[in-house]
Design a protein around this ligand. Structure first.
Ligand code: TRP
Length: 476
């Protein structure tokens, strides 16, 4: 093992700090904004079950693989893959996985920042009293006004991108450690409060049934339209989206966790850290669902109303609960922080690579990369207003939808598949055994079986639902 190698970007001060930073990366808009609305769109229970299975059978093993390669390579994903491949006698072409990850990171950040901008806008709505006593109709109008305004979306997108770059420019560790240790626990508490409110005032039973009653036929159909007059067609899109989301929510498949893994101390347990990260992430998503769906049903909203679901439902709760002014403000502040600690990990692999290979200053590189992501993001912001029309759509999707679909459902699972193949068939068992240093042989064997067979086959199977894939793309 090459113990002499050190990351030029510094190290986490302890294993605990790594876990917190990785939770910061994993827990974000994916859990609180995206999980509830896609669960609503794809019909609830069966979707949630597949998502949970993908976390356990695909996400967790691949997360361990990413951390392992990162720590072994002690460099940005592109270089880490390159070094490890070289040492283990595998092809240098594996580093291409790193490049595709950098691209995916840019594409995701370019819409992530727009949605995080919505959350920022809601912080100021809440502070200004705009959420006091909102009715369901008013909540809908507020949201439509915001996304209908290119100026506002671009403004908040810009603010959020500057926030992201400011942290990345200083180095992930300095910027992040303290904020995340306080704010993540606060977010947990806040979500519990909201679930409590949903339990008392919302249609809790219906929310729980929606999220956990499994109806497998829903996995192979996509429906649109209002609940009483739905138009459904056969498609395996829900399966693809559930798996894609498992990658998205755990920040896997593009090197974010690998980049963070490069700064992990040598002897830290990778298995324990992974379980903690995936557990916290899943818990937050389920809590968000339990907070949102009871309110959705109690106020007569459609669970399938799309990306606005969170922003149209929770304000109704803040509008009527005691202390709603403060809870509302605090909730959106915490949501912005959760998004912030995620967005920096989307761009860290690119920054780390540029610093390593060009020797430029971090701040310079971060600014350059930020400007690129910001420019790309303009298209996402306009997707909700000026460019929402069909003439601006590609394959029936707005640019925002297209970027989300391509990255979450194709690029991330593909990246994950290649990372699994790299570990299991490129680098090989010896290096994994050495690096993981799991003392219990059985545990290692279980992981090895998952990463060698189960995860790649599961991903391949979902991809092979080609009909669904082509259909989803609007080709067939
Ligand atoms: N996981 C984050 C969320 O749930 C988003 C995110 C951060 C991400 N880094 C990533 C997604 C890397 C995919 C890949 O909000």
């Amino acid at each position: 093992m090459n113990k002499a190698r050190e990351s030029v970007h510094g190290m986490w001060s302890s294993r605990w700090v790594f876990i917190i930073a990785a939770i910061g990366s994993a827990v974000g808009l994916g859990n609180i904004w995206k999980f509830p609305y896609i669960t609503g769109e794809y019909g609830g229970g069966a979707f949630v079950l597949v998502y949970l299975l993908c976390i356990a059978m695909v996400g967790i093993p691949i997360m361990m693989a990413e951390i392992l390669v990162g720590r072994r390579g002690r460099a940005s994903p592109i270089n880490a893959m390159r070094y490890v491949a070289k040492e283990e006698g595998a092809s240098r072409a594996w580093c291409l996985v790193g490049f595709s990850g950098v691209l995916a990171g840019f594409l995701i950040l370019s819409y992530y920042s727009v949605i995080a901008g919505w959350a920022l806008a809601y912080v100021f709505q809440a502070i200004g009293g705009g959420l006091n006593d909102v009715s369901p109709e008013r909540a809908g109008e507020l949201f439509d006004d915001l996304v209908g305004s290119p100026g506002q979306l671009l403004f908040w997108h810009t603010v959020f991108m500057i926030m992201t770059i400011a942290v990345v420019a200083r180095g992930v560790r300095d910027g992040l450690e303290r904020a995340v240790t306080i704010l993540m626990p606060a977010l947990f508490v806040m979500l519990f409060v909201m679930v409590g409110y949903a339990y008392l005032e919302g249609d809790f039973a219906r929310g729980v049934h929606f999220m956990f009653d499994v109806d497998f036929s829903k996995l192979f159909q996509v429906c649109s339209g209002p609940a009483d007059a739905q138009d459904c067609r056969v498609s395996s899109e829900p399966l693809l989206v559930a798996m894609g989301h498992a990658f998205f929510t755990l920040s896997l498949g593009m090197g974010a966790i690998m980049a963070y893994g490069a700064y992990v101390p040598d002897r830290a347990s990778i298995t324990g850290a992974t379980i903690a990260i995936a557990g916290a992430d899943t818990l937050v998503a389920l809590l968000a669902g339990l907070a949102i769906f009871p309110i959705v049903f109690a106020s007569g909203l459609e669970p399938s109303s799309g990306p606005g679901l969170l922003f149209q439902s929770l304000p109704i709760a803040f509008g009527s609960m005691p202390g709603g002014y403060w809870f509302g403000t605090l909730f959106f502040v915490l949501l912005v922080f959760a998004a912030w600690s995620s967005s920096i990990s989307l761009i860290e692999p690119a920054i780390a690579w540029l610093v390593e290979s060009r020797g430029w200053r971090r701040a310079t590189v971060a600014t350059l990369a930020g400007v690129c992501a910001w420019l790309l993001g303009i298209a996402s912001a306009l997707s909700f207003n000026l460019w929402s029309g069909e003439e601006y759509q590609i394959l029936g999707k707005t640019l925002f939808e297209l970027k989300d679909f391509l990255t979450s459902n194709i690029m991330l699972p593909l990246g994950g598949l290649l990372i699994a193949l790299f570990i299991a068939h490129g680098a090989g068992r010896h290096m994994a055994l050495n690096e993981l240093s799991i003392s219990r042989q059985r545990l290692f064997n279980a992981w090895w079986f998952l990463i060698r067979y189960v995860s790649p086959i599961a991903i391949a199977l979902v991809f092979l639902q080609v009909t669904g894939l082509l259909e989803a793309l609007g080709v067939a």
